[in-house]
Design a protein around this ligand. Sequence first.
Ligand code: SF4
Length: 320
Amino acid sequence: MKFNTFCIVAGSEACTGGCKWCVAAMTTARSIHRGKAKPIDERVFKMACQMAQQSGLDTARITGKGEPTLFPDQITQILTELKPYGFTFVEMQTHGRHLADEDFVSLDDMQKWADLGLTHVCISVVSYKPERNFQHYFAHNKSYTGYYNMAALISKLHKLRINVRLTCIMQKGDIDSSEELIKFMKWAKEVKADQVTILPVNKPEDRERNPKVYDAAMDSLLTVEQLADLRGYVEKNGVPIRTLSWGARVFDLAGQNLCFNMCLTESPDRDDSRQLIFYPPGTIGHDWQREGATLYVLPEEATAGMQLIPVRKRSETGKK
Ligand code: SF4
């Protein structure tokens, strides 16, 4: 079986973000808990790393069903265990808040991650406007009064030799036209993002799994015309650099690296499924949406007695 990407789920469903159409809530719960995280079974993790290597993958991506940076020690463990496999690129997806605030994550953690081989931090955003990003991600949380300083966060990560990719989820009312994309790309340059990925909000096939999230996704979907406008602009003004095996295209757009992506893509008829996904403690899957798409599941009997990991205690000394 051939894979195109290797995703490692870190943490639990706990998240300090409040996206109404939470992508994570659309995907199968698997063994992921709401609060405490399950530990990683080293033997199964090793198996997943070997499968990724057999597919010739050079990138491993740490992601979450919630916000992975609420469990910094698990990220350190994942990076430590990944190291012997020598993945050229190791990425981590986050909303970025705790790297900026240094409340749940310290600068020492980030330094350690860089030393262990973290090469890219992929920060989810919906806009170039701080107030819109705040509204979308953090306004529900009374402990936050505004969005963080993106330029300062990128500069901090750059000092650690980490590249930053802004992952912009395009939704109705935000980046929904070529005019808005132009402004977004200008901002990305100003804040010195190294790469940009844009992808439209997607909806799951199954409304039953989470009707509220499904309906929020439906309300935010771009129209066919909006998508055609965005695609047309990128294709007309960008120089294609490469097409990734699942159809995403990478462009040089006025000197900025831009990937036009779709999420939750699947190729059920072929034996080159896009994703190899490791879920703690020990599930290896190959599809975010289908519970049955598993290659190995560590039996419950083997996980008895495993100690769950709580969210890292928030540091009162964190920067604001
Ligand atoms: S940041 Fe990610 S996990 Fe958190 S609410 Fe938004 S989509 Fe969901």
